[in-house]
Design a binder for this molecule. Structure first.
Ligand code: PLP
Length: 380
């Protein structure tokens, strides 16, 4: 089976991990701040905090932005469930904004309409989480302008988008957001096994997520309620968690990051090849908005009416196609919260037609040719 995505680990990655295993630190040590620094550099952003995964990155950002009971978080229904669950962890409520039918990212017009209505009803969101679906940035200028007018915070879910650019600037520079998060799950652009990162230009948000990452414990005397008892002393001043990344993961992440451009080039190459080979078939290839450069985490085609047949046929031919994503509001857990089919028609229509074709940096032309030949045979 050709998978839809897979990591690319080389000898340098393995050596980087072994080096840490021989060192004094296994959990958070010097490799973690080094990885954070490298990520901040490529994103052109002030601060970075490495955490266990992108799910905890979202959770800690929500907590740091004081999301709690009585508050709302809005996100896209076409995302992984984590983009919405982070609000529920904080006791807040979730709602969704329908997608743009071309880019499959959160639609700014739909957001504006929903904000106008919510404003009347006194239930404006505290946080909006735009998801850079498949690696393409959302329309951040439009979303940011609405945040200024309606007073919500923005956490960019860039789990798919490390290395992508928006208006010739790196995704993660937080020019139009309060924070941005990345995932280093093996299927994403670069991996640390499991891992996530929070980037921000806000010192106070950075301090807060750092505190929450490690139990809410501080060793900084200026944050304590009384003078230190001695060099051993620390105080717990908030309810935090253990979301620390290990040095083992950070070393792998840093090593992978050094090949980011190579990974992106490879993905772009295979995307161009897919576009060229598939454009005459009765399917819709991905749309990239002018000014955007995608990290190409996913290559999603839309196959109107015959998606099921095409999907089953490809799987039979040992092509590991997938579907990203089942709209979050249609998950049983969300249905039980009151969501129902028909609420977000663009997302639901997209879901009926979407197929993710295999795409990963280490794929071969031969593998891709197999996928293309299978598509042509089924749809040609
Ligand atoms: C993968 C993913 C996450 C969660 O990432 P983890 O690192 O696995 O926790 C969040 N949001 C989106 C859009 C994702 O694809």
């Amino acid at each position: 089976m050709i998978p839809y995505g897979r990591q690319d680990i080389n000898e340098d990655d393995i050596e980087a991990v072994i080096k840490v295993l021989h060192s004094d630190f296994l959990t958070q040590g010097p490799a973690v701040p080094h990885f954070e620094h490298e990520i901040a550099q490529i994103c052109q952003v002030q601060c970075a905090t490495a955490v266990t995964n992108a799910t905890s990155a979202l959770h800690l950002c929500c907590l740091a932005l004081d999301l709690g009971p009585g508050d709302w978080l809005w996100t896209s229904p076409i995302t992984f469930v984590a983009s919405a669950n982070c609000a529920l962890y904080c006791g807040a409520r979730v709602d969704f904004v329908d997608i743009d039918p071309k880019t499959y990212t959160l639609c700014p017009q739909a957001l504006e309409e929903k904000l106008i209505q919510a404003d009347k009803e006194g239930r404006l969101p505290k946080i909006v989480v735009p998801v850079h679906f498949a690696g393409q940035s959302c329309d951040m200028v439009a979303i940011h302008a609405l945040s200024q007018r309606y007073g919500f915070k923005i956490i960019e879910d860039a789990a798919h988008a490390i290395g992508a650019t928006y208006q010739q600037q790196p995704v993660g520079n937080c020019r139009y957001s309060d924070a941005c998060i990345f995932s280093f799950h093996p299927v994403k652009i670069i991996t640390s096994g499991e891992g996530g990162m929070i980037v921000t230009n806000s010192e106070s948000l950075h301090d807060r997520v750092n505190l929450l990452r490690s139990h809410g414990i501080t060793r900084q005397e200026q944050l304590m309620t009384e003078p230190s008892h001695g060099p051993w002393y620390y105080q717990q001043i908030a309810l935090g968690y253990n979301c620390r990344m290990t040095d083992i993961q950070a070393a792998l992440g840093t090593s992978q990051l050094s090949r980011l451009e190579q990974f992106l080039d490879s993905r772009r190459y295979y995307v161009a090849r897919y576009n060229q080979a598939l454009h005459q078939l009765p399917l819709i290839t991905p749309y990239l908005k002018p000014g955007n450069e995608s990290a190409w985490h996913l290559y999603v085609v839309r196959v109107p009416t015959v998606r099921q047949e095409v999907f089953n046929n490809l799987r039979q031919k040992k092509i590991g196609v997938n579907v990203h994503y089942i709209p979050v509001h249609l998950q049983p857990y969300y249905r039980q919260l009151g969501f129902y089919p028909g609420q977000f028609p663009e997302a639901e229509q997209y879901y009926e037609e979407a197929v993710t074709l295999p795409l990963f940096a280490a794929m071969t032309e031969k593998e891709q040719d197999e996928v293309i030949a299978a598509c042509k045979q089924i749809l040609g």
